[in-house]
Structures are given as C-alpha cells and as structure tokens.
Design a protein around this ligand. Structure first.
Ligand code: ATP
Ligand code: MG
Length: 285
C-alpha cells in the first residue's frame, strides 16, 4: 500500500485528487436563495452524482462551475487554486467541459463539425478548415469509444438524444477535459439509450476524468456513482460515498424520506384503490 493510499484510507476518503472543490457556496438571484452553504468535492477518476428535486439548485450549482453564473458566497477551487469564472470559456480553459441537455451540439451541423465545434483544425498557410483531417479524427475517436454512427455527414439533429450525448462525451475526452459535467443526460431518454449514455459516463471515469452526473434518477445514479450528493431547497441534504449508502436509502432520500411520511399521513383518509364513476358534464366529454 502506498503512503497516499494509506493516508487516504485513514482519513476515510478516496485517494484520488480533488479537481474541483466548492466550499460554502451560495448563490442568490435577487431575493431567491438558489444555493446556501454548498460544499462539494469532485475527484479525478470518480463519478460524483448530484441529485435533487426540481428547483433544488442542481443546474445553478453546475452553472457556477461552468462559468455561466458567479457565486455570491463561498469559494470555488480548481486544482487547489481559488477561482471565480466570469465566462464559460474560462471554465473550459481550466479543463472543465459541460454537456447541457439540449445545448450540447449544433443540430444543423454534421457530426464531425460538431465534434470539432469551437476547436476547428485549419490548414497552413491560409488557415482554411482542414475538413479531411477533422472527419478522419472524428471517425477514429468515435470508433475508439465504440460509438457507431454510420454517416458522419449527417446533421446531429437527426440523431437520437443518446447518440448526441455520447458525441458530446467523446469530444470532451478527446479535447483533454479534466472534469466532465453532465446536466441530466438521461432525463429525456428511454431505458436502452440511457444505458448507452451511462456506459460512456463510465468510460469518461475510466479515462481519469472527474465526472459530475446530475440526475433525478437514483437508479441511474447508483448504477455508476462513487459519491452521492443530494440537494434540497439549495442545501446539501446528503453527501455520502457509495460504501455508506444503499440504493434503497438513496431512493428513499429522493422520494422525499420524512416528507413522504408526512404526505402519507395527510393522505391517510384517501382510498387509493377507488375507481371513480365518470360524471356527466354539460356539453363535456
Ligand atoms: N436565472 C434565474 N433567475 C432567478 N431565479 C432562478 C434562476 N435560475 C434558477 N432560479 C431559481 O433557483 C432555484 C434553483 O433552480 P435550479 O434551476 O438550479 O434547480 P434544478 O435543481 O436544476 O431544478 P430542475 O430539476 O427543475 O432542473 C429555483 O427556485 C429557481 O426558480
Ligand atoms: Mg436543472
């Protein structure tokens, strides 16, 4: 056992290096406190799942790391250095790639153009786009990751949501991202496509990236996650490693836990098995 591993085990933490660390981060939009006192550690080679109900603050949290919004309290550190991003470019330049549910790719452009979007290769001496080289590399990289897209000239808008997510993940890995943030990548997908995207999330982890996987779905999170953070009303309600959490505990936490108990108390008088008779409505269906 190496000293680092031993030390980390003694401290009860993972041996991997934290790439992003948030300490006591808060964000207000006017009077709305979207986040309060949020601390989060993202480590290389790990999948950190951020879960929470609608409006819990998940997107706000990633927008701070992605440079879209600035935090109003606390600190954000990348590789141990305190940072405050004022644009998405700054976050990207620090090795943080963010994949948004719908905005990840340009739907009318071809697969290979999307792969190189913002990082186009050019030919010397006139700086014309090097289409051939871009097509070849996009083809090689997607094949390497086992993503099969028969025609790279196809506009991305014609692909399935799952294929689009996979291209965005492959692109982040190829361009050397250290951190990959995915905002609800499986939310709009069916079971099979979700499975494919989860597989590529694991590939990103195996390539050594620190992955932040935002989801509503505890089952998806538990299939791949090393570390789970549940946000509730802008605060951290749970922050636990896989070894200390079962799927049913995570599901219960997401289903509302004690709030669900209170709800079942409220609904005690309701007979859930009843099938109501249709009422005649004037002029209605
Ligand atoms: N630009 C904004 N201006 C004002 N309030 C905002 C803004 N963005 C988010 N909020 C508020 O901050 C809170 C957290 O929103 P956020 O989008 O981060 O939640 P979320 O967990 O991503 O929810 P969802 O699961 O619905 O995507 C909500 O109360 C929301 O209304
Ligand atoms: Mg959101």
């Amino acid at each position: 056992m190496t000293t680092t591993t031993k030390f980390a085990e003694e401290a009860g933490t993972s041996p991997n290096t934290p790439v992003v660390h948030l300490d006591g981060v808060g964000k207000s939009y006017g009077n709305v406190h979207a986040l309060r006192g949020v601390s989060l550690t993202v480590r290389q080679g790990e999948i950190t799942c951020v879960l929470g109900d609608n409006g819990a603050g998940k997107s706000t949290l990633i927008k701070i790391i992605a440079g879209l919004h600035e935090h109003t309290d606390g600190t954000l550190s990348v590789n141990g250095e305190e940072r405050r991003f004022s644009s998405p470019r700054e976050s990207l330049d620090s090795g943080i790639a963010t994949v948004y549910q719908d905005l990840a790719l340009a739907p009318l452009m071809s697969v290979w153009r999307n792969f190189f979007l913002g990082n186009e290769l050019t030919k010397r001496p006139f700086g014309r786009l090097d289409d051939r080289r871009m097509k070849r590399i996009a083809d090689e990289e997607l094949t390497k990751m086992g993503i099969s897209i028969p025609n790279l000239e196809q506009p991305v808008g014609m692909l399935s949501g799952g294929q689009r997510q996979c291209i965005a993940i492959a692109r982040a890995i190829y361009f050397g991202a250290k951190v990959l943030i995915l905002d609800e990548p499986t939310a709009a997908l069916g079971v099979k496509q979700s499975g494919v995207v989860l597989k590529y999330i694991v590939k990103a982890r195996d390539a050594g990236l620190g992955v932040v996987f935002i989801t509503h779905n505890p089952h998806h999170a538990y299939l791949v996650g090393n570390h789970f953070v549940v946000l509730k009303l802008g605060r951290v309600a749970l922050d636990t490693h896989r070894a200390d959490l079962t799927l049913s505990q995570l599901t219960n936490e997401m289903a509302g836990g004690s709030e669900l108990e209170a709800l079942s108390h409220e609904l005690r008088g309701v007979d859930a098995g009843v099938v109501a008779e249709p009422h005649d409505r004037p002029g209605g269906i």
